[in-house]
Design a protein around this ligand. Structure first.
Ligand SMILES: Cc1cc2nc3c(=O)[nH]c(=O)nc-3n(C[C@H](O)[C@H](O)[C@H](O)COP(=O)(O)OP(=O)(O)OC[C@H]3O[C@@H](n4cnc5c(N)ncnc54)[C@H](O)[C@@H]3O)c2cc1C
Length: 498
């Protein structure tokens, strides 16, 4: 059996990733008195999303007092919606405070994880040839960590500069350049206003316009920060207030989509206030009900589009040439650079050939209809594997960290149960998994996300594999306790006990 070269016996856990999920899980393990774990991170620093996305204007779109760990309140947030450097620094600080760095193995790109049935252990290989072995495998690989690139005809001939918003090249000077931005999603609406003043020309290639509502952002004053520091309870109440306000959005998304028409009115008046030209208004006004795709927040995106050097292009791209893009209407626009604001490949969160369970079965082969799991975490045939932010744990309305923490709590309770019952492996029962997912899909049928738009929430089979359909406190109550009866518990194999 192969072992982590740094340890003589298998570890309790291998955690993959150092975003909110991986770091939060590691803190939980430490607090539970478990030190025998490694965190495998393919990059060279911690931070996940907030390390990789450093494009101009990058910020969270859930207020920071909620979009942060509950166990690590930060009275120092300088804005309601903190910008990327502040969030990255927050995660780095947490990693240091909880002494996690000694557990992190950087440059450890996990390429294969295999469950060894004989030993009831996961064997995890990294691209540089290291092998780690542990009882529990916890994936914190993130749903939005692999950039997606569109298939643009002729892109291989392009001779200019090209990069994705999640891999921004700050060494490339955009001043005076003609830039094509592909996509109008959450990242593009943040960086377009930041670069539009530098570039000579910005062609914004839009397939579907997003719905955008005003962003209630503002700096948090020194006095407010002072009081948050002096009165931690005040900050807790503030956080609770944001949580409750965000949670009311579920009423429109899930329970009564007609309520979303009120939000749509707000978004329409946002357009009307910020854009005067009828033609541009028409281009940016979506033709689907608000909420079907992610609702975005911005105060400076529409004004950026009204500038003379911006062209919102709605015709599809026919061809990319060495120094230009041609659209279906035959117009050729010369460019120096392409910036992809095309988001992430969510449906392939775990690629084929990476995760192998019992009898060497590939996880992707189990997911014939698309990714699914019990409580977004567990899959039959894959004992002791838990996915944080796995299938159907995404949110359209509030902080993802709340879901992540719920799952962390669940995994820790599982570990406690395993110890108490002397179990070496736990495997979710197929009928529990099936019932849970059938229930989820039933609930998703009448939600706003099924109201007829094309979004990354829904896969090619028409299945919503990404979102949790309801209140997040319901998810929390389901993950509050690890119910052993939902799982088959296996005693340690004789070889391991020996
Ligand atoms: C620009 C942007 C803004 C966002 N804003 C918000 C917001 O305001 N509110 C909100 O709730 N959510 C937001 N999100 C969603 C966000 O992804 C989650 O909130 C959260 O950060 C996810 O944390 P994570 O740890 O699960 O994943 P990530 O932060 O993506 O971390 C995954 C980690 O795993 C590592 N990894 C991946 N694959 C491997 C591998 N094979 N081997 C080793 N390491 C690997 C990655 O390098 C990365 O460090 C945003 C996402 C983006 C992209």
């Amino acid at each position: 059996m192969a072992f982590d070269v740094e340890s003589s016996k298998p570890l309790t856990a291998i955690v993959i990733g150092t975003g909110f999920s991986g770091l939060g899980m590691a803190v939980g393990l430490k607090k539970a008195g478990i030190d025998s774990f490694v965190i495998l991170e393919r990059a060279a620093a911690v931070g996940g999303t907030w390390r990789d996305n450093h494009y101009p204007g990058c910020a969270c779109d859930v207020q920071s007092h909620l979009y942060s760990f509950s166990f690590e309140p930060n009275p120092e947030w300088t804005r309601r919606y903190a910008r990327q450097p502040e969030i990255e620094a927050y995660l780095q600080k947490a990693a240091n405070k909880y002494a996690l760095m000694q557990h992190v193995r950087f440059g450890a790109n996990v390429v294969e994880a295999r469950f060894d049935e004989g030993a009831a252990l996961w064997q995890v290989k990294t691209a540089d040839g290291r092998v780690f072995s542990a009882q529990m495998l916890i994936s914190g690989m993130g749903g939005l960590s692999n950039p997606a690139y569109p298939k643009l005809p002729g892109i291989e001939h392009f001779r200019g500069k090209a990069f994705h918003s999640a891999a921004w090249d700050h060494s490339y000077d955009l001043a005076g350049k003609r830039v094509a931005v592909i996509g109008t999603g959450a990242s593009a609406i943040q960086f377009v206003p930041q670069i539009v003043g530098q570039v000579a020309q910005l062609d914004l290639y839009q397939r579907t316009p997003p719905w955008i509502v005003p962003k209630p952002d503002r700096p948090i004053s020194e006095t407010e920060r002072h009081w948050f520091k002096r009165l931690p309870l005040l900050q807790r109440f503030f956080r609770l207030g944001i949580y409750c306000a965000m949670e009311t959005r579920v009423l429109g998304f899930v329970l009564n989509p007609k309520l979303m028409l009120l939000v749509q009115k707000l978004a329409l008046s946002h357009i009307a206030r910020q854009i005067k030209a009828p033609e541009l208004r028409k281009k940016v006004t979506p033709d689907y009900t608000i909420g079907c795709k992610r609702v975005l927040i911005s105060n400076d995106y529409y004004p950026a589009l009204t500038r003379a050097n911006v062209d919102v292009v709605t015709d599809a791209i026919r061809e990319v040439r060495e120094h230009s893009i041609i659209t279906n209407d035959g117009i050729e626009r010369p460019i120096d650079a392409i910036i992809y604001g095309t988001g992430f490949s969510i449906q392939t969160m775990i690629p084929r050939g990476m995760m192998f369970g019992r009898k060497g079965v590939d996880l992707v082969d189990v997911w014939t209809q698309g990714p699914q799991a019990y409580l977004g975490a567990a899959v039959p045939g894959f004992p002791n594997l838990f996915m944080l932010m796995g299938p159907n744990t995404g949110l359209g309305h509030t902080s993802q960290v709340y879901m992540i923490e719920s799952q962390i709590h669940y995994v820790l309770d599982c570990l406690r149960t395993m110890r108490r019952q002397g179990a070496a492996a736990v495997e979710v029962r197929p009928e529990v998994y099936q019932r849970f997912n059938e229930g989820l899909q039933k609930q998703l049928v009448n939600t706003i996300w099924a109201s007829g738009c094309k979004s990354w929430y829904v896969n090619d089979n028409g299945r919503n594999t990404t979102l949790w359909p309801g209140f997040t406190f319901r998810f929390r109550s389901k993950t509050r306790r690890f119910k052993a009866s939902d799982y088959v518990l296996e005693k340690a194999p004789a070889s391991v006990i020996a």
